[in-house]
Design a protein around this ligand. Sequence first.
Ligand code: RFL
Ligand code: PHB
Length: 402
Amino acid sequence: MRTQVAIVGAGPSGLLLGQLLAKAGIDAVILERQTPDYVLGRIRAGVLEQVTIDLMEEAGVSQRMHAEGLVHEGFDMLYQGQRKRVDLSKWTGGKKVMVYGQTEVTRDLMAARAAAGLTTIYEAANVQVHDFDGKNPRVTYEKDGQSHEIQCDFIAGCDGFHGVCRASAPRNAIKEFEKVYPFGWLGLLSDTPPVHHELIYVNSPRGFALCSQRSQTRSRYYLQVPLTDKIDEWTDDAFWQELKLRLDPEAAANLVTGPSIEKSIAPLRSFVTEPLRFGRMFLAGDAGHIVPPTGAKGLNLAATDVKYLFDGLVEYYKDGSEAGIDRYSELALARIWRAERFSWWFTQLMHRFPEDSEITQKFQNAELDYLMNSEAGLTSIAENYVGLPLDFSRNGLLKSRP
Ligand code: RFL
Ligand code: PHB
């Protein structure tokens, strides 16, 4: 088989890239090692930035998102027992975010791909990438016991943190930066109404908590837990009890509990690969970087990587220019590092670390007090949370409020 772009991974990065390329008349094949149901069963992100919403529109898959997604203009911060609101729209000149689950984004992209008759090969085993240092890269895989080969112009490594693409980059050409946090997030999904109409990020002496949602009838809650905790040790009752202890009295009283639909523990990590291009292979999304989920940046960064890469590929196929793909890594990394910085900062502001003494909680409280009572502080949180513009320049002044 021959295609223009071979995409490895059918998560949000791979599916979004495939959809944008198809709309631009560029041929792509997606290889995914899991089944579609497995991909849809992974409960992950919940908050979309405006640039991600715009990209869903550009890809022609925004209809259900606009009908069912919840537009949020702010969120609450709970610390020292009091809740204060970050008014995102006020501090960013009207910007908003959208609560719409990654599962739904993936479902919409999968449906559009199927409707357009585009090729996705699920349950592709032993995917390997070859010859991307020259002009004729290849991807090989096995399916139903048979070996296959795809010849292509480019390989897009959209295969997540544990994928094969980054692992295949020459070791002397790649540098990886990593910080692993000494705790995880225990997440619980339930068909219960959200405790509050907006998200609540909680800094409590018992550890971080987050009250999020997927719809007006479905909630997503998270608790900071030690990495040594096992998911089987956390009954639903224990989860709800602990969450109540981390909330303010009003939220605790309003919390509607119920059986979990999904419960899992995710480790927290900051990770960046430099560069994101190796000859004719590019890395995009979690294949190239991971953020701790505190800033809700992972899926959004994946989407913006895809946009930069897509623009570069369009320039190549329409104008015969390599300028765009040559710029991809630098352009994407500039925005990635800004989001990495925000996610790391927000994580250390909101969590208890094992080595912390009482003074650290005092520092956090003082910093939160400062931020939540300062126009500069609120603007800083808000402009990062809604997401930096796509065309942001590393040396240009960021203007949040037009
Ligand atoms: P994915 O989603 O991991 O998809 C990669 C796909 O590649 C496949 N694959 C392979 N296929 C073929 N051959 C191989 N050798 C392969 N190896 C892997 C995999 O099966 C998979 O289908 O990466 P992608 O597409 O880059 O998307 C990234 C996002 O999934 C991720 O950044 C977000 O989920 C992060 N994240 C959040 N991001 C946000 O923007 N907002 C949020 O609110 C948010 N909350 C979260 C999150 C991630 C979380 N976890 C579990 C880490 C909350 C949590 C708890
Ligand atoms: C989620 O709803 O899963 C979610 C929301 C905000 C975050 C992280 C996760 O910061």
